[in-house]
Write a protein that binds this ligand. Sequence first.
Ligand SMILES: Cc1cc2nc3c(=O)[nH]c(=O)nc-3n(C[C@H](O)[C@H](O)[C@H](O)COP(=O)(O)O)c2cc1C
Length: 380
Amino acid sequence: MTEHHPALFEPLSIRSLELPNRIVMSAMTRSASPGGVPGPDVAAYYRRRAAGGTGLIITEGVAVEHPAAVDNPRVPRMYGDDALAGWRTVVDEVHAAGGRIVPQLWHVGPLWGAMSAVDPAITPMRPSGRWGSAGTTSYPDDYIARASRPTRPMTEDDMDEIVAAYVRAAVHAAELGFDGIALHGGHGYLLDAFLWHDTNTREDRWGGDALARSRFPARVVAAIRAAVGTELPLFFRFSQHKQQDYTARIAETPEELQVLLGALADAGVDVFDASIRRFDLPAFDGSDLTLAGWAKKLTGAHAMAVGSVGLGKPLRDSRIEGAAAVVDNIGEVERRIDAGEFDLIAIGRLHLADPALATTLRTGAPLTPFSRAVHEGRLY
Ligand SMILES: Cc1cc2nc3c(=O)[nH]c(=O)nc-3n(C[C@H](O)[C@H](O)[C@H](O)COP(=O)(O)O)c2cc1C
C-alpha cells in the first residue's frame, strides 16, 4: 500500500514521549462528563482516536481544583476520586489501543460565567479584575455587560492557591499514567489573562512589560516541572486572539513574543501549541512564518500548529459552528513540517468527523466533511 503524506508519519521523541507520527487531536471541550466525571463513553471516544492512529490526543480542557476554575458541571475535572477513576479508565483504554494522551489543564479566569450561570458568591479570577475590552467576539451583549463589571484583582493568596491547584492536577495526571501535561494558556482564559496587557494592568511584579506579564504563567509551568520531574513533556497553548476580542494580541512584534515565550520555555515548556484559526496564516508583517513557526524559531522548543486543516472554513469560536467542506491543504502542512517550521499538527473538527483520521490520511482515503448537525452533543 502506498504511504501518503510521509512527513506526517515521521516519528518524534519529546522527553519520554515517543510519537509515531505528527498528528495530534486538538483539545476540544465536549461537556459530556456529568458532575465532572468522565465516563465510559468518554473513554471510548478517546480510545477510537487512538485506535484510528492519531499520534497524540490532547484532551478537552480539564478543571483544576479551584472554585472558579470552570463554570460548567459537565466539564471534567482533574481532582476527586470519582473523576480520577474515570480518567484512569480513559488513559488505560487509550494505551490499550496503542495511543498516547495528555490532559489540558484549565482555569477559565476572566471568562468564568461564559458557559453557564454562576454562583454570585464566587469571585472570578482576573489578574486586575478586568474581563478585557470587548472587541470582535461571539459573546452576547448581556453577558458582556455583566462580565465587564470590574471584580477584585487577584491577590497573592489567590495566586498561591491556583499554582497549588495546577500542581496537584499535574501530579494526579502523572500518577494516572498520562503521557505529558498540557496547559491552556490561550483564548483569554486565566494564564492568558496574565499575558494580555488588556486584562493585566497590574503594577506589581506580575504585570507591566512582557517579561512581567509572563511571570505568573511561567511560575505555574516551573512549579509543575518541579513536581512531575523531567520525564514528562509540557505543552503550552497560547494565542494572540482572545474570545473577548478575536483581534487582540499579546505580542505586537517577534521581539515581544520572544520575551513572553522565552520565559515559558526557560520555566520548562517543551511544546508551544500556537492556536490560530488557519494553520498557514503569517503571524507578523514581512514574513510568511506562522505563529507556531515563530514560537519554534524564537525559543528552540518544539511547536505545534493548528487551524482548519482539511477544512475550508475556520472555527469562529470554541462552540462547534455550522458546517465546513473539505479542502486539500494537507500538502501545505507537510511542506512546513518538512521545512522544520513546526513539528506537530493539531487537528480539531476533522477528528470529530473522522475518528480514524490518521489512518484516512495515511491511506489517502477521502476526508470526511465536518457538520455541526452531525457532531454536536454526540460523543462518537
Ligand atoms: C467543540 C470544540 C471545543 C473546543 N474546546 C477547546 C478546549 O477545550 N481547549 C482549547 O484549547 N481549544 C478548544 N477548541 C479549539 C480547538 O482545539 C482548535 O484549536 C480549533 O477547533 C481549530 O482547529 P480545527 O480548525 O482543526 O477545528 C475547541 C474547538 C471545538 C470545535
